[in-house]
Design a protein around this ligand. Structure first.
Ligand code: HAM
Length: 432
């Protein structure tokens, strides 16, 4: 037997066949529309980037375990982007002189990470990125949170299906030093421990905490503090509150949109204050749906301008799992609006002429490339989901007419060729 190459895509990557692609496009276009309603404009960048932009200030896990790297023929070290934030910071820095800040940008890149494929995790995912650059105002947080609400509402997700959990690294650092007596040198490692809090067992966490030099008492206090959730806010000393941008956000109407949760840390080194993650409330999807935060200094890697950023990345895998779990996925669109079928080969050119007119009227129209029996073509049109067919028969064509068939009801009507587009459109309007 011949040794064929595998047809399966590379592990952790996916092929999207047209029905699935149709569902995805509908979901993404709904989101683009909401994002643009807030004045965000779309940009893009390259898939390949110098590896240094991740090494400087990203996540240890990504750099050490998940980066796809390569050396080009000129010995430059490159990475396939695992995320968009370092790229967009580079683009902002490189174009800062001609941009009017604050800048509101969004993109939809594919990102690669060498992960162990599992539910919610693949090696190539598509991530909608939404970021604001050039403002320190808590109005950025408020706008981003409202935008997230509108995006979820546009997907028909009701507010009980998901929750937006927020924290602030400045606040957390102050909490850790004042309430758990963590030293400034321990903060980074203790934050990484908190990031694992909901994923690891208590025994494992206690073991890791001891390795970081925390006493049993401190570990216990840490558990109590993190478990206090929103109540923690009432216990905070006033000097701690005053340092936090998030506290200013929580003093506004945005308070109702979010749940404060000190366990939200996020695994990137570049976040400097506000951090947030959206979770599905259904236990089937325990992983966070998407997340983001504020990064004051990332653009500073590329230029001396102080341009803060805040934004989030929403991945397609977790989003589609969420929509599937809650039965919110749209149906795939039909392949075409209308199929024009000649009853025999002598009418193929007539059918093409009718198809041209329908296309000019903006209708998605197909006509057979090979002439087969009418019954077969009707069955084929039915499978493609075409709501209407136009049948071009010999006598009708001679009389300047065609037959319009409503595929749902089987009703047929004869109309003048010139009236075909409006007759088809009328049937489509019934279905919509
Ligand atoms: P992140 O949390 O690493 O953040 O990724 C954001 C989202 O992308 C995740 O919540 C998830 O939906 C999706 N995602 C990430 N990795 C994978 C994967 N291996 N498989 C499937 N989905 C994945 C960032 O990347 C930040 N750069 C986001 C950001 C934008 N922060 C500020 N602006």
């Amino acid at each position: 037997m011949a040794d064929y190459l595998p047809t399966a895509p590379y592990r952790g990557t996916r092929d999207f066949l047209p029905p699935e692609m149709s569902v995805r496009i509908q979901v993404f276009e709904t989101l683009y529309e909401v994002i643009e309603r807030y004045g965000y404009v779309r940009y893009d960048g390259p898939t390949l980037e110098p590896v240094e932009i991740y090494e400087a200030k990203s996540s240890q896990e990504i750099v050490q375990q998940q980066l796809y790297t390569l050396t080009d023929r000129g010995d430059r070290r490159l990475a396939i982007r695992p995320e968009m934030t370092p790229s967009v910071a580079r683009i902002i820095a490189g174009n800062a002189g001609k941009l009017q800040f604050p800048v509101r940008w969004y993109s939809h890149p594919n990102c690669h990470r060498y992960e162990r494929p599992q539910r919610g995790r693949v090696r190539e995912h598509w991530q909608i990125n939404v970021d604001v650059f050039g403002s320190d105002s808590p109005a950025c947080e408020i706008e981003i949170f409202e935008l997230i609400f509108d995006m979820m509402a546009a997907l028909k997700a009701s507010p009980d299906m998901w929750v937006l959990r927020v924290s602030d690294r400045v606040l957390l650092n102050a909490i850790l030093t004042t309430m758990v007596e963590v030293t400034p040198e321990q903060i980074r490692d203790v934050s990484a421990l908190i990031d694992r809090w909901e994923k690891y067992s208590q025994d494992q966490l206690a073991h890791d905490a001891a390795e970081l030099g925390l006493t049993d008492k401190q570990f216990h206090r840490l558990g109590e503090t993190l478990g206090a959730g929103e109540n923690l806010l009432d216990e905070l000393p006033s000097n701690v509150r005053e340092q936090s941008l998030l506290m200013r956000v929580l003093a506004t109407e945005a308070r109702d949109l979010v749940t404060f949760d000190p366990r939200i840390v996020r695994g990137f080194d570049y976040y400097t204050s506000t951090v947030f993650e959206v979770f599905d409330t259904s236990p089937e999807n325990r992983r966070s749906l998407f997340g983001g935060g504020r990064y004051a200094n990332l653009v500073g890697l590329f230029c001396d301008a102080q341009i803060p950023g805040i934004g989030f990345g929403m991945g397609d895998v977790t989003l589609m799992d969420f929509l599937a779990t809650h039965d919110l996925l749209p149906a795939p669109r039909s392949e075409v609006d209308v199929a024009v079928i000649p009853v025999d080969a002598t009418l193929a050119e007539a059918a093409r002429q009718v198809a041209r007119e329908l296309r000019q009227a903006g209708l998605r129209t197909s006509t057979p490339l090979e002439i087969r029996r009418l019954g077969k073509e009707l069955a084929r049109a039915n499978r493609s989901g075409a709501p209407v067919t136009v049948i071009v028969g010999s006598d009708e064509w001679s009389a300047g007419t065609v037959t319009i068939r409503n595929m749902a009801t089987g009703d047929q009507q004869q109309v003048a060729v010139s009236a075909a587009p409006s007759a088809v459109t009328a049937i489509l309007a019934l279905g919509g």
